[in-house]
Design a protein around this ligand. Structure first.
Ligand code: ACO
Length: 157
């Protein structure tokens, strides 16, 4: 069932590492696609700690009401000061295909559009579903950086 929804962007702090970890555990298809290694809770904690030192990096949990439905990791002023780059949008597997990913991207675009001119999405691995999703969201394929890294771009204004 498709939902029309407003998502809350909840900044991720280290104490929320178990929530992010659970989200990864709930996405086995994606984990298999990127090589099958589920990050450990420790990996997530370390990553969130790194992130704390990079003020341009924004990691948010996507919350619908009381339920965490996804995770979004992006960086502002990257790769240049007029652009932002999404490195991961992850929607809980059982909730995919209901419009939540689209809602997250639309909300992010609205948030950034007065500050940034361009939004990039970097797709890792042989992730054809993700490529189709970004194209559906109005992004165009920009370039491949090696066999497993694809850059997509959308102009925000
Ligand atoms: N093939 C074709 N179209 C698709 C696909 C697909 N596999 N997935 C979504 N779409 C289309 C939908 O049909 C919909 O189009 P519509 O508005 O015309 O109906 C539109 O994209 C939005 O679909 P949503 O339901 O919002 O997509 P969803 O909530 O499933 O989010 C996402 C998409 C983020 C790819 C999700 O499926 C997911 O988390 N997948 C696993 C993790 C992943 O691969 N994330 C992307 C990595 S790349 C990166 O983040 C930069």
């Amino acid at each position: 069932m498709r939902v029309s929804t407003q998502l809350e962007f909840l900044p991720v702090t280290s104490d929320l590492a178990p929530v992010v970890h659970n989200l990864y555990l709930s996405c086995p298809t994606y984990i298999a696609l990127i090589g099958g290694e589920t990050p450990s809770l420790n990996d997530i904690q370390r990553e969130l700690e790194t992130l704390r030192h990079d003020t341009r990096r924004q990691a948010v949990l996507l919350r619908q009401g009381e339920r965490v439905v996804g995770f979004l990791d992006y960086k502002v002023a990257h790769p240049d000061r007029h652009s932002a780059t999404i490195s991961l949008l992850l929607i809980e597997e059982s909730l995919q295909g209901r419009g939540l990913g689209k809602a997250a991207v639309e909300q992010l675009e609205a948030l950034l559009k007065n500050r940034m001119e361009r939004l990039y999405a970097v797709v890792y691995g042989q992730n054809e579903q993700a490529k189709r999703f970004w194209e559906r969201m109005g992004f165009t394929h920009l370039r491949d950086s090696g066999p497993t890294l694809c850059w997509y771009l959308k102009h925000l204004r």
